[in-house]
Design a protein around this ligand. Structure first.
Ligand SMILES: *Cc1c(COP(=O)(O)O)cnc(C)c1O
Length: 229
């Protein structure tokens, strides 16, 4: 078995164990294998080991991989999307997890209309309330959501967050539980379903699963350390 296949198997087992510990069905958590800065060959190894869903943070890099790899793979965009890349991005990605402003949401809706697409998205919430990061604050997502729900080409499926880094995985727990509580509140206030919570990375995904993650974005634990871009 290749190193990537072995690590993938181990991460899958840890995902299932984390779900079972809190009484959740293991298939209620989907693993996004974050392949940014890793080669087409590395992705192909993971795909050969049965991984279908991959995460990329740059449109250009993703375009190269999508065209070089089998069609049955699904790709999620997990990094900041610049306005001038929306047109190129929409046909590549099954989901945009990183919608981080109302302006971007409107641009996606407009271009999706031109391209005849419906685009599943997550709203990125800056749970750490760190102004240096992209994303909505809890307050701004509350104010903005009603308007975004009227955009016909946008399918808002839930929320995504990247918490401030903490040495100890438990340090991220409050940010994860706040995201879940925010989701629950928005569902109640708007009378809608927001089924997806994308949270948890290599060092803290079991904690995120305990707090309700439905998508975990795991790179290093599958592919090893990234080359600096
Ligand atoms: C790189 C990245 C990840 C994966 O991080 P690892 O620590 O390598 O698992 C997850 N989410 C986002 C948004 C990323 O940019």
């Amino acid at each position: 078995m290749s190193a990537i296949a072995e690590r993938l198997q181990s991460v899958r087992a840890q995902v299932a164990a984390a779900a079972e510990r809190v009484g959740r069905a293991p298939d209620g958590v989907r693993l996004v294998a974050v392949s940014k800065n890793h080669s087409v060959e590395a992705v192909a190894e993971a795909a050969a080991a049965g991984q279908v869903l991959f995460g990329e943070n740059r449109v250009q890099e993703a375009a190269g991989k999508v065209s070089a790899l089998p069609d049955h793979l699904d790709w999620h965009l997990i990094g900041h999307l610049q306005m001038n890349k929306v047109r190129k991005a929409l046909p590549l990605f099954r989901m945009i997890e990183s919608v981080d402003s109302a302006e971007l949401a409107h641009a996606i809706d407009r271009i999706a209309e031109e391209l005849g697409l419906i685009v599943p998205v997550l709203l990125q919430v800056n749970a750490a309330e760190d102004p240096a990061k992209y994303g909505f604050t809890a307050e701004s997502v509350r104010e903005t959501l009603p308007g975004l729900l009227r955009l016909p080409r946008l399918q808002i499926r839930g929320l995504m967050t990247i918490p401030a880094f903490t040495e100890d995985a438990e340090g991220a727990r409050p940010a994860f539980s706040r995201l879940r509580e925010l989701r629950d509140a928005l569902e109640h206030e708007q009378g809608i379903r927001l089924p997806e919570l994308s949270m948890g990375m290599s060092h803290d995904f079991p904690v995120a699963i305990a707090e309700g993650a439905t998508l975990v974005r795991v790179g290093t634990a599958i592919f090893g350390e990234r080359e600096k871009a």
